[in-house]
Design a protein around this ligand. Structure first.
Ligand code: KIV
Ligand code: NA
Length: 264
């Protein structure tokens, strides 16, 4: 077995084969997802919400993310690992973007980077891909701009569909190997997927993209509370862990744990 390459993802699109992507931020989940055959893992800036407990992705830094990228890379054998460039690490221009991307590759050891933006950051994507670093773009709803967009809102409805298409074309021209479409109408995602030669990865973008991505804690039900409409929970890890924790605490209180077999 070898690592998945960007060209494998291109070939999958040509064959019409769909694939699933997840986020990961630590060695145990990374190893499990790698073994379970997830071809692409994203060390997302969503670590802001899902690891560090921030309300938005805005505060998370390159220094926060690089150790998580290293952990995921070390724990995987087959997965292509994508490192997510955080807010503030690429907006200044192509030079800053390339410098940050190089840090992710050299210090993080990942195999590609991702950044949010279509036409707006095409120059950054071109600079990074020009240096030999694969870029996954991210268009539609882009969480790093949520204060400008005004919250989590579906993008590309009605007339605005043309903007999503133009962004998709721009990232293709800039050399992106793939593009995330977040919270766009299913019909728009379907059109983009047919019109671009690179794999589209949907999140809240309906069933017609080439791939899907979810935050792993959403997929596995580790995060409690109300989930967004686009999330499907495949397990109840919050319930499993709550139950295990209660039983452990109960057994300690009762003197059942540790037992003779746990004692030297
Ligand atoms: O950071 C993240 O988790 C993401 C995906 C949801 C695409 O950008
Ligand atoms: Na992200």
């Amino acid at each position: 077995t070898r690592r998945v390459r960007t060209r494998d993802l291109l070939a999958a699109k040509e064959r019409g084969e769909r694939w699933a992507m997840l986020t990961s931020y630590d060695q145990y989940t990374a190893a499990i997802f790698d073994q379970a055959g997830i071809p692409v893992l994203l060390v997302g800036d969503s670590a802001a919400n899902n690891v560090f407990g921030y309300e938005t992705t805005v505060p998370v830094t390159v220094e926060d993310l690089l150790p998580l990228v290293r952990a995921v890379v070390r724990a995987t054998k087959q997965t292509l690992v994508v490192g997510d460039l955080p807010f503030g690490s690429y907006e200044e221009g192509p030079t800053q973007a390339l410098r940050t991307a190089v840090r992710f590759m050299k210090e993080g050891g990942c195999h590609a980077v991702k950044l949010e933006g279509g036409r707006r950051f095409a120059a950054q994507i071109a600079a990074i891909t020009g240096a030999g670093i694969p870029v996954m773009a991210h268009i539609g709803f882009t969480p790093q701009r949520e204060h400008t967009i005004g919250g989590y809102r579906v993008q590309g409805r009605g007339e605005a569909a043309a903007d999503v298409l133009a962004d998709a074309q721009a990232v293709v021209e800039a050399g992106a190997f793939s593009v995330v479409l977040e919270m766009v109408p299913g019909e728009v995602a379907k059109r983009v997927t047919h019109e671009v030669p690179i794999p589209t990865v949907g999140i809240g973008a309906g069933p017609d993209t080439d791939a899907q991505v979810l935050v792993w804690q959403d997929m596995a039900g580790l995060r409690g509370g109300r989930a967004p409409r686009f999330v499907k929970r495949y397990a109840d890890l919050a319930g499993v862990l709550t139950d295990a924790t209660r039983r452990y605490a109960d057994e300690v209180r009762d003197g059942q744990f540790p037992a003779a077999e746990h004692t030297f």
